[in-house]
Design a protein around this ligand. Sequence first.
Ligand SMILES: NC(=O)c1ccc[n+]([C@@H]2O[C@H](COP(=O)([O-])OP(=O)(O)OC[C@H]3O[C@@H](n4cnc5c(N)ncnc54)[C@H](O)[C@@H]3O)[C@@H](O)[C@H]2O)c1
Length: 835
Amino acid sequence: MKIAVIGTGYVGLVTGVCLAEIGNKVSCIDIDERKIKKLKKGISPIFEEGLEDLIKKNLTLPRRGSATKANYDPELVEGECAAKAESKRLSFSNNLEKEIPNSHIIFIAVGTPEKEDGSADLSQVENAAVSIGQALAKLPKEKQDYKIIVNKSTVPIGTGDLVSKLVKKYYDGLFDVVSNPEFLREGSAIFDFMHPDRIVIGGESEKAKTILKKVFQPLAAPVLLTDLKTAEMIKYASNSFLATSISFINSVANLCEKVGADVTQVAAGMRLDKRIGKRAFLDAGPGWGGSCFPKDVKALVQIADENYTQFEILQAALEQNERQKKWILGKLFTLLPELKDKKIALWGVAFKAGTDDVREAPALKIIEELLAAGAEVLVFDPQAAENTKKIFPQVAFANSALQAADGADALIILTEWSQFKKINLPKLKLLLKTPLVVDGRNLFNVQQMYKLGFQYISVGRQWLEPKVTIVIPLNQVNQYLYESLPHIFNIDLKNYEVLILPDQIGRQEKGLLTKAKKNNVEDKMKVIATGKIGPAQKRDFALNYATGSILAFLDDDAYPASDWLKVALRHFQNPAVAAVGGPAVTPAKSGFWEKVSGAVYESLFGGGTARFRYLPTGTIREVDDFPSVNFLIKKESLQKVGGFASQFWPGEDTKLCQQIVYTLGQKIIYDPQAVVYHHRRKTLADHLKQVLSYSVHRGYFAKKFPKTSLRPAYFAPSLFVLWLLTTAGLLISRGLGRTPLIVFGSGGEILGAQNQSLWTISPLSIALAILLIYAIGLLVSVVQIAFKNRNIILGVMTAPAIFLTHVFYGIGFVVGLSTKNLKSKMRYQKKPAEA
Ligand SMILES: NC(=O)c1ccc[n+]([C@@H]2O[C@H](COP(=O)([O-])OP(=O)(O)OC[C@H]3O[C@@H](n4cnc5c(N)ncnc54)[C@H](O)[C@@H]3O)[C@@H](O)[C@H]2O)c1
């Protein structure tokens, strides 16, 4: 059979070469001269496993070669002379006019890209049809034999008739138009063509369908004969169904992440259902792309629209797919919020493995957005580099996957190339600057990646949540703890235990244990006597008993929000993170002075640079000093730094944090959403005592741990106190009430000019002006607090509380600064009792 194939793209070339391979004489035609030049030399312009070998083979083999008898039946086509031994099976040409008249079957396999409105652009098909008609018209009447025009391109329903009309316009000889949609997959195109699940032949002419069926006979595949329109619809319906099933499983994957399921196992379970099938398209990933699915789904929606039918499922699939493409970057942004100047390695641009095709690949959008965010992108794709360079000439390409990963802040995997699956993971870990891998193809085992120390994000699979031990140090079981425990057992995480560490097991503790038994939580809660030691020592003590790999410290007078651990734990996916802290928010049900105390810490003026620690708002940030009331730390990191600096309390966490950040080189993350509620001191006097205690330590630490405690903001209250004293001194020395605030013409230091007639300002007036500014600051805080709490009295009382807080802190800080050895003054100096 003499066959012409118009279009040497992914479909046309594979079709032509495979038809030659099964014994036909095939001429592949393309308007692209560069392609034809290459092909004539036996070079494939596209990458498809085994394609180039087949081209070379069939370029040299004579037509009969290994052809089976079945694929050639001279009686079927009149005028077909028996094979000429010298003619080659496969040829390539730009000359459509010459090749078409000599062929009995003409395949149209040109592109049908999408138009702006989503409908199929048929211009290439129309041009091909016109060219066929014009070329055939040139045949002398006596040579005009029967032709079959086969539409292999994916086209809207009714296009077969259009092709027929266009050919007829020029050619009045005998011909039929048949639809023979192609179902091959890029990446396994040769195999798919040679071993199709089915061959669909649609047309109105039985003769044409029979001849074509014979052509495909060597493939021994089921053949479905239909009318023209049905065949055209089968292709659109198949592609749309497959795309929808990917969108479906991607939605399932997103849900799996939320509920703690594993999408790969879900898909495996679904595939066991024979109605779904073991080859069902259920691989969750970064969204579908490629030259077919996006345009075919949109075209079918458009066809439905033109026929006044809503295809809502396909609309939803398209929308889901757009969201899915953003999934990768969304994950990356949460873990690497600042991408500017970050080096991102990207493995795989091709829309799927086995091809160099990057059309509509999710990677394109991702590269674009990474570049827009200022990231430096280093790409590796074993086959698609050339095609990617055409779109992103500015992007750098590596020669290997590991070279791309070298020194990268994160690695994104977008194509499931088999060589990526075989990568040496320990080596990869060593090469990456941060072992953060966002895997859009679920290539690796989650547990293995976790064990190797990767921060590994994959699609719809759970990051292996580590077990958490909640540690509550206290003197003895008290009412606060009873308030806290229901909240703790309401935490939306399964893998945790609670370690309560009283001084001894007395009546209260025994009561608690009985209650735990009654409420069936005894296996989740341990109560262990530590002897009379300080809270910091109790926290270290917990290291001996905790079975979790993360320790979460909570004060007994604090209780957590239900998502406390879930929120905090996500940061531990990053192996560089050693600890996570969150705000200690004042509970809504607090006494008046507790609320005042909380308001002081929260207020802009009272809390200063540390106010974020009391507010569940603001941004996730790195910190280098954080209190342990709401603090999670990797057990391993706590062990590495030798536990808390338990000679200090409070402030035992300052040294620990400094060591984590500056000795271990690990991160402490503050997440405002990892909330615990912390009771404040019940009276103003207790509040001030607490402030004094904090400030003495901070002053002492300013000398001892200057890296994190010698900060200007900590000195501000002391300077304020100094200022107050100076003002008071000035007032006393000048005589209260007799010194004018603003002196006209004489007295005080003259600011600015010699001219005696100018206004001059005395130091006292400056001092009082600053006090006025301070008073304005207080007023702003009063309004802020009153407004926030809708409580004027609370707002008003916050003003003196802030003032006193500043005074006490200012004094305490100086005391701490001048203290030689704070240790000896601290409580709880005893060593931990024997466990
Ligand atoms: N790529 C796939 O995996 C796949 C699978 C099944 C079906 N299809 C469908 O097959 C058709 C072809 O797809 P493709 O990916 O091979 O397209 P492609 O864009 O890779 O190739 C089309 C080729 O046709 C050539 N061409 C265009 N007009 C021509 C003309 N008038 N004369 C000669 N050559 C001409 C182009 O130069 C190009 O080389 C499309 O309708 C597509 O939807 C594609």
